[in-house]
Design a protein around this ligand. Sequence first.
Ligand SMILES: Cc1cc2nc3c(=O)[nH]c(=O)nc-3n(C[C@H](O)[C@H](O)[C@H](O)COP(=O)(O)O)c2cc1C
Length: 221
Amino acid sequence: MNNYNFIDLNFKEIAESKMIEESRSFYKKMDRRRSVREFSDKKVPQEIIENIVMTASSAPSGAHKQPWFFCAIANSELKHRIREAAEKEEYKSYHGRMSEEWLKDLEPFDTDFHKPFIDIASWILVIFKKPYDLEEGEKRKNYYTNESVGIAVGFLLSAIHNAGLVALTHTPSPMNFLEKLLERPENEKAFLLIPVGYPAEKVKVPQLERKVQEQVLKIYN
Ligand SMILES: Cc1cc2nc3c(=O)[nH]c(=O)nc-3n(C[C@H](O)[C@H](O)[C@H](O)COP(=O)(O)O)c2cc1C
């Protein structure tokens, strides 16, 4: 035993039948999550956003470095500046940067470079990854940054869905304009932009098939 403190695990065993029921109903709930690209301007209370972000920040991370930072933007003027910069990048992506194959793969989503949801959604979350921390000017390396921040965003999207809101995972790449607009320090790299809010009335989403169990799971008994 080293000199670091260990505490009791907060764990309460539940009956197997209840576990089966809970796991099934959580799966069904998560399976109803959809990415939404048209939002209502209905406001979402800040406290909900705080709870959602802190759920994300409870995620596991390499050596517990928690290599993430979240910006939550409700300010209309700032959202508009982000939209303008995102659309500039997206215009270039849709008009030359993306391959023919990529553009073909995007056809079912009927997307283009216009991103009105950045103005309209109640909140814009921008997630940053931190490949290293800065401690008194010294660089301290973080580990498995992409994996850690990816898991945190998984928690984030689950928390948004659980709260009864909708989101879009958006990547207006390259995303370094977000670091500048949000005045982030040099060790923070923009990872994803996620509008959060209520869906537009009667919004439609692409009809997609999710892979069935046989395509994604092999059991080794
Ligand atoms: C890493 C990542 C990047 C994505 N980038 C975009 C994007 O820039 N624009 C967009 O409209 N959708 C984007 N999506 C959303 C996907 O198109 C969507 O998740 C997928 O079509 C499945 O639909 P669903 O989320 O409704 O299940 C992205 C998703 C992921 C995971």
